[in-house]
Design a protein around this ligand. Structure first.
Ligand code: MG
Length: 139
């Protein structure tokens, strides 16, 4: 939030909040449990997300049938911050200096099957890739 976006060719600019609402609706329709921590306003009027530990956890933490998905969302014109990159590196076992590709599904299946783990950094233009990453409805 707070970064200035630019209009994209052919459609109006989409904010991270609007994109997140779209993604959360899709995820719930397709059977994912979804967690998101919303910023809260404190007495001085500032917004922050109360947490202990390291900031930068991806926006959405999801679980479905033994799969866990972490999704960092950005609106048009947004960019990933250093703490968010550090979380992506930690989750994916990548070295310092590595940065996730936008719209790319990083997926790992554990031996034996059934359980998998994934991460994606997604912008509004990546919605189709995100739908493929999260998969089709189950049940
Ligand atoms: Mg975000």
């Amino acid at each position: 939030m707070g970064r200035v976006g630019r209009a994209r060719a052919g459609r109006p600019r989409i904010s991270e909040a609007a994109f997140q609402a779209q993604v959360m609706a899709f995820a719930r329709r397709t059977g994912w449990l979804v967690h998101h921590s919303r910023p809260a306003q404190n007495r001085s009027g500032r917004f922050s997300t109360p947490l202990s530990g390291n900031a930068g956890l991806p926006d959405l933490v999801m679980a479905r049938h033994g799969s866990v998905a972490f999704v960092e969302l950005k609106g048009d014109g947004g960019s990933i911050g250093p703490a968010q990159v550090e979380w992506a590196r930690g989750l994916l076992g990548q070295p310092y200096g590595w940065v996730p590709d936008r719209g790319r599904a990083y997926v790992f299946a554990f031996p034996g099957g059934g359980v998998s783990f994934g991460y994606m950094l997604a912008y509004p233009d990546d919605f189709d890739a995100l739908v493929a990453f999260l998969g089709e409805p189950v049940g």
